[in-house]
Design a protein around this ligand. Structure first.
Ligand code: G1P
Length: 298
């Protein structure tokens, strides 16, 4: 039963500076991978994992996200009148299975703060956090895999992946306790540290954008001070929580794309286009025809 996790939080208040100028007047969550905005991949993953209640943490300039997950009455009747039923179905699939609530973050005070502002909407139950930048192709869906682990261990579960040593400074990094046998891919957390320098990192096991959290995280986040950059980090809240209860990590089975940077976004675009029945063949032919030695003169 995956009924225990009913709500998924999507932090989406960030300014998206890495994608300027594209994100000057458009939320980064709405950048398009083939023909779907990035955030829709995460929302579909939540729905396919049995979690239809979506809480999106927004800020100024993010209205396009709300419009996207709202019923588009005019568009629907236009498609209906013209008998474009396949497209109509595609559009309805976005909104029909979900309940969405929005909460504003107000100030950009970090991921921990984004989670904290959902406190009243979450109440006293475990919940999921999905960072939409991390698009994960997996079967069963990544969140479903994590829910299954949560139901076994009954404690917070963080998704992790091994990363190259030179990349540890971009992630929350986890030290694990190897003594306990919790089954394949599951470990107990010994310590965590947000974006350590390579030489200070306790491992190369990086937190990726999926979390199952318990409501005691809110107390822990309340008590967590701002870091050097003035933000409340979720990793630091989890570190505090670790003093009170066991926290677990799970190595997801699947392919993760970090669409939050340009190269990762381009790789994801090619990856998902090649998995689309209507595009795969002509796109593959096009890619094979490219002169890959082409480049910028230096
Ligand atoms: C956030 C978290 C970090 C985590 C990462 C995963 O960082 O703070 O612990 O490893 O997401 O994508 P951000 O990428 O927002 O800087």
């Amino acid at each position: 039963m995956s009924g225990t996790i009913r709500k998924a939080v999507f932090p989406a208040a960030g300014l998206g500076t890495r994608f300027l100028p594209a994100t000057k007047a458009q939320p980064k969550e709405m950048l398009v991978l083939v023909d779907k905005p990035v955030i829709q991949y995460g929302v579909e993953e939540a729905v396919q994992s049995g979690v239809p209640n979506i809480i999106i943490v927004t800020g100024r300039g993010k209205n396009a996200i709300e419009d996207h997950f709202d019923v588009a009455v005019e568009l629907e009747s236009y498609l209906e009148q013209r008998g474009k039923t396949a497209l109509l179905e595609e559009i309805r699939k976005i909104t029909a299975p979900i309940n969405v609530a929005y909460v504003r973050q107000g100030e950009p005070l970090g991921l921990g703060h984004a989670v904290l502002v959902t406190r009243n909407l979450i109440g006293d139950e475990p919940f999921a956090v999905i960072l939409g930048d991390d698009v994960i192709d997996a079967n069963p869906p990544a969140l479903k895999q994590m829910i299954d682990v949560y139901e076994r261990v009954q404690g917070p579960v963080l998704a992790v992946e091994r990363v190259a040593p030179e990349d540890v400074a971009s992630y929350g990094i986890v030290a694990i306790d190897e003594r306990e046998d919790l089954g394949p891919r599951v470990h107990r957390v010994k310590d965590l540290v947000e974006k350590p320098r390579r030489e200070d990192a306790p491992s190369n096991l990086a937190i990726i954008g999926r979390y199952i959290l318990t409501p005691d995280i809110f107390e822990a986040l309340e008590a967590t001070g701002r870091d050097g950059s003035g933000e409340i980090q979720l990793t630091n809240g989890l570190r505090r929580l670790l003093q009170q209860r066991p926290v677990y990590v799970y190595e997801i089975e699947g392919v993760r794309h970090d669409t939050g940077n340009k190269l990762g976004f381009l790789k994801a675009l090619v990856y998902f286009a090649l998995r689309r029945p209507d595009l795969a063949e002509p796109f593959r032919r096009y890619l094979e025809s490219l002169d890959l030695k082409i480049g910028v003169e230096t």
